[in-house]
Design a protein around this ligand. Structure first.
Ligand SMILES: [Zn+2]
Length: 142
């Protein structure tokens, strides 16, 4: 069931998290997914460098990598990047930037598929560590 008040709450929390990022990090928080008019995902780009990592048919490209972060509450989130950028993630500030970027995309998805993602349950999670980074064929990046 959808709770319409939750999305504005998420938007407010997300605004606060965005504002807390450095100017350099804030500038990198941009949409990295091309959507069609129905909100379906087509091309996905690396959220740090902008290189395409998933083609227009939803197929991951060879430089596709996934990073799994763990939060202070023990839960996890997996996000996609290019292999090079995934390998360069070092700090909690890096993880915060990636997670805020993903929350912004999830909020965008909410316009097309309301209630798909329990945003109000995940928008306050605080990253704690990198749990793993893998290439498309499941080899560790570092
Ligand atoms: Zn990249």
């Amino acid at each position: 069931m959808r709770h319409p008040f939750n999305v504005p709450m998420t938007a407010r929390r997300l605004r606060a998290r965005l504002d807390a990022l450095s100017d350099e990090r804030k500038a990198r928080v941009v949409s990295y997914i091309d959507r069609d008019e129905f909100g379906r995902h087509a091309t996905v780009c690396c959220k740090r460098c902008g290189d395409p990592i998933v083609d227009g048919r939803g197929r991951p490209l060879t430089l596709y990598a996934e990073l799994t972060m763990q939060f202070e509450d023990g839960s996890y989130h997996t996000t996609c990047l290019c292999r090079s950028c995934a390998g360069s993630v070092r700090t909690l500030a890096d993880l915060e930037e990636l997670y805020v970027t993903d929350l912004c995309e999830m909020l965008e998805d909410e316009k097309f598929l309301p209630g798909r993602c329990p945003l109000q349950e995940i928008d306050a999670r605080v990253p704690k560590r990198v749990a793993g980074i893998w290439t498309l064929d499941k080899r560790p990046v570092r």
